[in-house]
Design a protein around this ligand. Sequence first.
Ligand code: E4P
Length: 216
Amino acid sequence: MKFFLDTADVDEIREWSQTGLLDGVTTNPSLILKSGRDIKEVLAEICDIVDGDVSGEVAATDYDTMLAEGRELAKIAKNICIKLPITMDGLRACKTLVDEGFKTNMTLCFSANQALLVAKAGGTYVSPFIGRLDDMAIDGMELIEEIRVIFDNYDFDTEILAASIRTVNHVKDCALAGADVATMPPSTIEKLVKHPLTDAGLAAFLADWEKTGQKI
Ligand code: E4P
């Protein structure tokens, strides 16, 4: 499973890219707002740091303007992935942009049928939002499982990019369900490495090593 960072904070992206664990980045208009930066400027900087796909979202809702904005964003760098909402105009724009050789990430997916439409439109990624479904007492992980079955039934190439991830268990369950990518905030990736038994075990090993008086 690929790990994407869900942020437009370049300092955090730079830090995580040094670990070698980072496969890409997703942004959205809210994250651009939070960064306080110009969208093209910040996406260019992110694309410079990360080799993998970097999603930049269009702001238009009609087909023609979505196309124009998508092509404009794609000029920023080779690894830009054009993010579009799942609407009829968005799906149509996805098909056109994919036919032109661009990568797309179809966002705000809340049903298996929406994911099926994205696969039929040839989308590179579909982004089901787990956390926002959980917020409404609907099991977001069930959606990931359903999409996995549908995509496997028909050998669709569209990748499942699990989004709106809020907990470490979301990450584990996405991996068990066969999501291709999990995009998560830096605070969640940080928590994945933590285990109290690892900390306690390491402290004990270090104390015993000190007593040996040896050096490597
Ligand atoms: C993904 O592409 C979205 O930017 C993101 O995961 C949304 O997460 P949220 O529901 O926590 O805002």
